[in-house]
Ligand binder design. Sequence first.
Ligand SMILES: *Cc1c(COP(=O)(O)O)cnc(C)c1O
Length: 410
Amino acid sequence: MTSTDFYPAKKLTTFYPPQRTLMGPGPSDTHPRVLTALARPTLGHLDPVFTDMMEELKSLLRYAFQTKNLMTFPVSGPGSVGMEMCFVNMITPGDKVIVCRNGVFGSRMLENVERCGGVAVVVENKWGEPVDPQKVEDALKQNPDTRIVAFVHAETSTGALSDAKTLCEIAHLHNCLTIVDTVTSLGGSPLKVDEWKIDAIYSGSQKCLSCPPGLSPVSFSERVIDLVKSRKVKVQSWFMDLNLLLGYWGDTRTYHHTAPTNALYGLHEALVMLYEEGLEHAWARHQRNHKALKAGLETLGTKYLVDEKYRLPQLNSVYVPDGIDEKEVRLKLLAEYNLEIGAGLGDFAGKIWRFGLMGYSSKIENVMLCLNALETVFAHMSKKVDIGVAEAAAHRVYEANPLSAVPKKA
Ligand SMILES: *Cc1c(COP(=O)(O)O)cnc(C)c1O
């Protein structure tokens, strides 16, 4: 045996990914400023220059989440790790937890509760609809020993937005803590952690923050920190134990794990951009591009899955028109236009598309590319389409809704 016996079968060289336009359920396009930040020199994770940057990152995240929570930081790992972190720290075996389910991510929360030894009470809602506060209230009345209420703010599998403020109010009236998934809402839809009194929240870097996947911003209220500090049973996960992480992200800066330094520069840059743009402006931008895409999509005979009142601007789920092969369209968009859109999940597989307009992907160029590409692909599939009509409809929306009407902050 020589070392070359272990060579891979084909000759390998540098990987150059194609330049795609990402309009699926995430990841979204990474902003060039963020890509540049990722390429800066690596620092040690305890270097004072780096730890100063960490402090800025924490305060930028507090702005994004609209919270004064001291324990606000990015977890090293994707959104799923942020999710797991909330559940492992807050549940001790035997705790009763209400999990609201109106799509894929509610099911993941349920998995987490069960794996932590919690007793789950599931509040089922129809996919495509928001979580019904009345159902949560009823479940709490029937289960007065419930400790935690968990729900997804922006359900990416369907594009439905739930009323986080009302759900938190109800949970608190029944003395429960709340865990809220805002992976798709942070940066794209109004979200106010302190005003809505959210106790534990997690998000992701790759949806409306224009950053690559791999980091999960989280924030915990004092009530959660007190709960975790007073646990009698150790948190079952060493890596995710908040008691230990408080050391690294808190004042003492004790080594816990090697933080992904370059990835954190990227998030820092993405959050600086959000701060420069202003949250309200970012929310308005997502709305405006959604309205334009919607106007165009409707000329193509597509109908939205979610009722207008609960529709997420950053995730547009529409039914595939009759006589169109949904998969063929997706493959053509990718192969011919370098454009990625999302397929349906669960019962909606083969029936809907999901168009993401998240973060840096939420811009006029993407809306126009997508509408133009769809028209052309539909026309090739012998559906009668008047090329240009969808873009014209989108343009009318842009003209009627100038974004400059929203005051810019910085
Ligand atoms: C994407 C997503 C997640 C999971 O995030 P990952 O980074 O893929 O682990 C969780 N919840 C919601 C609502 C999401 O959209």
